[in-house]
Design a protein around this ligand. Structure first.
Ligand SMILES: [Zn+2]
Length: 153
């Protein structure tokens, strides 16, 4: 059996809500996804890559839309990753396709991924129709813009 996760990730990679806010958010998310077998949040000292697992199909340049090869992207990921404490630095690098600069979080991923210090994990839910409510509630109450990352492992 494989697991499906929805990770709710702040669009701003640096955002981490306060512990009080996090417990309110988690309680709200648990109410919206009662069938999930695991809901928790993860906070890291540095920025982590929140991938979509086998859902990742393509990565394209945010400027010229050229496909970035797995090899070129892997090299950028290695260069940008500092260590387990600091995670990714999200520095701007020259793109191999068109020579403009971009950060790893600026590239276009299909399915979408995230770079973040904070995420909420929802495992194995069938209540996908509740996602917009969860995202709207977090934006309204905490002023944090969140996007879903669909992770299949
Ligand atoms: Zn390009």
């Amino acid at each position: 059996m494989s697991d499906s996760y929805i990770c709710l990730v702040p669009i701003d990679p640096y955002v981490v809500p306060s512990p009080e806010s996090r417990s309110v958010i988690i309680a709200a998310v648990r109410r919206l996804f009662p069938d999930s077998d695991l809901i928790d949040d993860v906070v890291s000292s540095g920025i982590q890559f929140i991938g979509c697992g086998s859902n990742l199909d393509s990565i394209t340049c945010c400027h010229c839309k050229a496909v970035i090869s797995d090899g070129a992207w892997g090299d950028l990921m290695s260069i940008d990753y500092k260590d387990s404490q600091q995670g990714f630095l999200l520095q701007a690098y020259q793109m191999p396709c068109c020579g403009t600069t971009a950060r790893l979080c600026d590239l276009k991923y299909d399915f979408d991924i995230g770079f973040a210090r904070f995420c909420i994990r929802i495992r194995n839910t069938n209540r996908l129709s509740n996602l917009p409510s969860a995202i709207a509630a977090i934006r309204t109450i905490f002023g944090i813009d969140i996007k879903p990352v669909y992770r299949h492992v």
